[in-house]
Ligand binder design. Sequence first.
Ligand code: ATP
Ligand code: MG
Length: 292
Amino acid sequence: MITMNTNTISTASPIVQARGLTVAHGALVVLRDIEFVIAPGEIFVVLGASGSGKSSLLRDLIGLHPPAAGQVLIEGHDLYVGSEAQLAALRRRFGVMFQAGALWSALSVGDNLMLPMRLFTTLTAAQREQRARAKLALVGLDDAFALMPAQLSGGMRKRAALARALALEPGLLFLDEPGSGLDPVNAARLDALILQLRRQLGTTVVMVTHEIDSVFAVADRVLFLDDLDKTMTALGSPQALASTGPPRVREFLHRGRSQVDAQVDAQAHAQAHAPGQPQGPASGHPLVQAAA
Ligand SMILES: Nc1ncnc2c1ncn2[C@@H]1O[C@H](COP(=O)(O)OP(=O)(O)OP(=O)(O)O)[C@@H](O)[C@H]1O
Ligand SMILES: [Mg+2]
């Protein structure tokens, strides 16, 4: 049974579309019947237990691993149908940050950011450096430009990988667990950065995360992948799924939350839904309003 809360966001021109996807590794089917559309400017979170197939789905969505069945459309174009040149151009429209946050270890942090710019833009060397430094500053790594990846801590490496995903200023970002391994201050900064990118640049973000507080802070909608059912079992706003989603989804959302935040949220929810109150906090979001 699939719960489809607020799954009626305008689908006029979705930026990402998954149509009847089966995600498999050889004979191992990880997920089937995956179906969703992501609207431009949406922050779309993929949630599920370890091994439920989040990273596998993401690899299908970014053109690295063809689905066993179904289609992935980016701005209406099939990500797996076309010439190599066409597909490469399509893939260049989005930035990716992998779960391992891999940087090119032989290149300095600055060069890690500037290499894609050199390959895919007409920026001058001075402009490339200026942009690389600006992206590093955005993730709080102002002083890391000349460092080698091996000189960074795990969390710093993650942030550098995020800065590299931003190097080409893509309108669409795929992030696999960008917040794991970050301290609370940097995790909150990351949430703020994601919201800032959407607000200022209209960036669409597709993000896998285990950080439930972050889900409530940034997600417009959550796609829940169930490792037992091997398919999606819920799609909706985190607030709606936390209160009316399937039991396993509710448990997942509640268990992962800090007690204080859960209480604050519950109080806000109760106040917002008291008689005479027109809307809950989540309803104020433009995407959710568009869905109403
Ligand atoms: N390259 C691969 N070849 C074969 N099987 C794979 C491969 N990558 C992942 N799998 C299998 O696919 C399933 C889903 O793995 P995946 O990495 O997508 O899970 P996940 O939800 O991202 O987990 P985590 O939260 O731990 O990152 C697992 O059973 C895993 O063993
Ligand atoms: Mg993963």
